[in-house]
Design a protein around this ligand. Structure first.
Ligand code: FMN
Length: 188
């Protein structure tokens, strides 16, 4: 089984990237295959509502989403991390979310994948919960199964995450919940 981590930050070595790396290392220790998508390294244009995906499983925009669709479809679990930007998710992550419409319109291809969310802000209470809620909304609208940190909503951290022990504990609890849920599904 495979867990895909998405870092929704434009910074390749930033807090989100490090949180996703840490999460994927835990997933690997739990025996999962892992793959990372960093929005610092990809070119994604916004959805233009052209309507092409209403009739066929394709997108009129030719960019990195082509291979991202394949990676998302290959996942059993998804861990999605965003910086808090003005109280909600990053524009980079929202662009990816909107471009996943072809997967929903053509057979709900992300349905029943297990999803979990992480958020990091410059402030302790800068909008992390709302950011996580926005990520959960995307997951629910795809028919995914959403888990939190076995306590509250997911991983909530303040930068710099390397010194935020309380926040990183919620990140670790979230990825462990994702792993244990996937294992339960696999054993049924
Ligand atoms: C445009 C912008 C808006 C931001 N808005 C918020 C905010 O509303 N609340 C907050 O706590 N931090 C805010 N920040 C700080 C970022 O959340 C913080 O720098 C980010 O989580 C770091 O993630 P990264 O290192 O992965 O890029 C903002 C940063 C930027 C660039």
């Amino acid at each position: 089984m495979k867990i895909v981590g998405i870092s929704g930050s434009p910074n390749s070595k930033g807090n989100n990237s490090r949180m996703v790396d840490h999460s994927l290392a835990i997933a690997k220790e739990n025996g999962f295959d892992i793959e990372k998508i960093s929005l610092a390294d990809v070119n994604i244009s916004p959805c233009t509502d052209c309507g092409v995906c209403k009739n066929e499983r394709s997108c009129s925009i030719d960019d990195d989403m082509g291979r991202i669709y394949e990676i998302l479809e290959s996942a059993d679990g998804l861990i999605v991390s965003s910086p808090v930007y003005f109280g909600t998710l990053s524009g980079q992550l929202k662009m990816l979310f909107d471009r996943t419409l072809p997967l929903r319109r053509n057979g709900f291809l992300l349905k029943d994948k297990i999803g979990a969310a992480l958020a990091v802000g410059g402030s302790r209470n800068g909008g992390q919960e709302y950011t996580i809620w926005s990520i959960h909304a995307w997951m629910h609208i795809h028919g995914m199964i959403v888990v939190g940190d076995n306590n509250h909503f997911g991983g909530i951290a303040q930068k710099d995450v390397d010194s935020d022990d309380v926040g990183m504990k919620t990140v670790e609890d979230t990825v462990n919940k994702l792993c244990s849920t996937l294992k339960k599904f696999a054993s049924t």
